[in-house]
Design a protein around this ligand. Structure first.
Ligand code: K7E
Ligand code: CUA
Length: 620
């Protein structure tokens, strides 16, 4: 099977070369035959060495707590960006700033990335992440691909239903998966329905300081909030959340949370809630402004949706929202216009936990028979939707207008999310889609009982859709977003900022200062040496006493692209990297005496191996 695949791959490439030779040697032919239609699959995904991909794919790393950055269409893994978990290779969680940001957390569970938007389109400034494992949100600066802020959020548990960003990045919202008691009190599960709450957090990004703050929270019923999307166009100002366990089961959810034929899509008017909070309509809980829609009605409504819906996705024009019932063979398309009308006319079929339920028949546009186990939907620029079918192991293309299925493609296997080029924005692309599969099984060379996840690259530029490439991925790409490469503008070297705290730019300024048992080393890393104190006979040696606290403030003074230095301290379990023009601080407790070599861990020059020094710790 594998050999067959490889053979057919080789044959494909050879056939491609043959076609190319024929095209380029046919002197009589004036028309070129290089349109996408005539390209072999190998040619479509081939990005020659030295050439760059057209797109970045930003994929969440699930319970690795990292962000994985791929190039598309090549599917090459370009970078792992640590977000919620420590990373020894870069020293994320080791140096002072990142250690403080991680605040002792050992892991995170990063499900849904959200690239910042302007007028409903990705703007490439930042990427927001949410941590289902430890209730955090992160700001990843896309100029440096560094995590620059992590926010711990109280009153919530597992912001799975996040993150979705409003069309002009006013907020991103983090509704929570697990309901918990408000505040820090203990409440037994017998009082679940009354005392547990599903809280949604509105977080405000600060693009000047690359940071985040909690604006307010909204108290919702004790259900599980699963996925979400922001309105745009005529639904701008609204947010949509899917729910399950509206049964309010507190045990064996597999059975007990699948009783109701319909759960809900929660529609909430964030513009209105933001205004109300500004006017003082909130109570403070754990230092956060908490808005209660039961006290201030008119901003939160429920739309019945079959059955335990997972994804909810707003169409690019903002006119419809689509709910995918993971236990239903259909995906349901609702009309925003009809929903707003029903709200206006108070066309309610009842209420749940005090919130009005819009009449299903008044709001539904159509139920589309896509296949078994629909989970998530994305869009192209031609009015088509693409939905993953977990149970059928397929991606289905369907027409938004008619609801007709156009094509289905097998993927390997059991897709969760899918992501198309800017496919959740107001202006989707239309050439590529990646199916993020949960199970790889026999898809790649075996590495034992556990296999990687798999990603299948699908060409969606034609009428029918076709898998043309595949790559393994590490745990676990719940969701990814694909952004045009020309929207990302990276910094190549950090500015030489003379005022930066602890920075040393001139060798003459390097020094070691002692204050009691605190030792501060103001040093330089450059090709190919460490300079901790230029005046010393051994400028690359730091001598301290057992029991000292040593702060290494190291500036990488190299101004060349991609000259990163690392600083590992042999035997002290410490390592961190300093990127070109960057200053970082590493603090260690010198609690064991001895001679500990320091060496550069990032290969930087022909004399990288010589880039060493010593930490000498004199015994007490
Ligand atoms: Cu894997 Cu969005 Cu957490 Cu769906 S989620 S599959
Ligand atoms: Cu500096 Cu290797």
């Amino acid at each position: 099977m594998n050999t067959k695949r490889i053979m057919s791959g080789i044959i494909g490439v050879l056939a491609g070369l043959l076609v190319a030779m024929i095209v380029f040697t046919d002197f009589n032919q004036t028309e070129t035959v290089s349109s996408a239609d005539n390209k072999t699959n190998a040619e479509k995904v081939y990005v020659a060495p030295g050439e760059q991909d057209d797109y970045y794919m930003m994929a969440s790393g699930g319970h690795s707590g990292q962000l994985f950055v791929y190039g598309l269409p090549s599917m090459r893994l370009i970078r792992q960006v640590p977000v919620f978990s420590p990373d020894p290779a870069t020293g994320y969680g080791f140096d002072k700033k990142s250690k403080e940001m991680l605040n002792g957390y050992k892991w995170g569970d990063f499900h849904h990335p959200a690239i910042s938007e302007t007028e409903g389109e990705y703007d490439g400034r930042a990427l927001f992440a949410s941590d289902v494992g430890n209730n955090r949100a992160a700001y990843v600066d896309l100029e440096t691909f560094h995590t620059t802020d992590i926010l711990e959020i109280p009153n919530i548990s597992g912001p799975h239903c996040a993150a979705f960003v409003t069309p002009n990045s006013e907020y991103f919202f983090l509704p929570t998966r697990f309901s918990v008691p408000l505040g820090d009190e203990y409440v037994g599960l017998d009082d679940f329905s009354e005392e547990y709450k599903g809280v949604m957090s509105a977080v405000k990004p600060d693009f000047e300081n690359n940071s985040l703050e909690i604006a307010y929270q909204v108290m919702l019923p004790p259900w599980s909030y699963d996925l979400s999307d922001a309105g745009k166009g005529q639904s701008n100002g609204w947010g949509f959340l899917s729910t399950y366990n509206t049964e309010e089961a507190t045990t064996t959810l597999e059975i007990n949370a699948s009783q109701n034929d319909r759960d809900y899509i929660v529609m909430f008017n964030w513009e209105q809630i933001s205004k109300e909070v500004e006017e003082g309509n909130y109570e403070e809980v754990n230092g956060v402004k908490m808005f209660d829609p039961l006290e201030h009605p008119g901003s939160v409504y429920l739309v019945p949706a079959p059955k335990s819906p997972h994804g909810v996705d707003v169409t690019p024009d903002g006119d419809h929202f689509i709910a995918s019932g993971k236990l239903s063979p259909t995906t349901t398309m609702f009309s925003v216009e009809k929903a707003l009308e029903a709200i206006e006319n108070e066309d309610f079929q009842g209420e749940a936990q005090g919130l009005p339920i819009l009449t299903y028949e008044s709001v539904v546009d159509k139920e589309v028979e896509v296949g078994l186990g629909p989970l998530h939907t994305q869009f192209d620029d031609k009015g088509n939707a693409y939905t993953t079918l977990f149970i059928d192991s397929q991606v289905v293309k369907w027409d938004l207008e008619s609801g007709k299925v156009i094509d289905k493609e097998e993927v390997s296997y059991s897709p969760g999310h899918l992501t198309a080029v800017e496919g959740d924005t107001a202006a989707p692309g239309g050439d590529w889609l990646v199916s993020l599969n949960k199970i790889a099984k026999d898809h790649y060379l075996s590495v034992g009982p556990s296999h990687p996840e798999s990603m299948d690259l699908i060409d969606i530029s034609g009428e029918t859709i076709e898998v043309v490439g595949s790559a393994p991925s590490q745990p676990e790409p719940h969701y990814a977003q694909i952004i045009n490469a020309d929207k990302i503008n990276t910094t190549e070297v950090y500015d030489k900022d003379e005022d930066r705290e602890n920075a040393v730019w001139d060798q003459a300024d390097t020094r070691i200062e002692r204050d009691g048992d605190e030792v501060h080393v103001y040093g330089i890393a450059m090709r190919s040496r460490f300079i901790f104190d230029a005046d010393s006979d051994r400028p690359d040696t730091v001598t301290v006493k057992e029991g000292d606290t040593v702060h290494f403030h190291i500036t990488n003074t190299d101004r060349d692209e991609d000259i990163t230095h690392g600083m590992g301290i042999n035997g002290y379990n410490e390592n961190f990297e300093i990127q070109p023009g960057e200053t970082k601080t590493l603090t260690i407790e010198a609690d064991k005496s001895g001679s500990y070599p320091i060496y550069c861990t990032n290969f930087c020059s022909a004399l990288h191996q010589e880039m060493t020094g010593y930490l000498l710790v004199e015994p007490k």
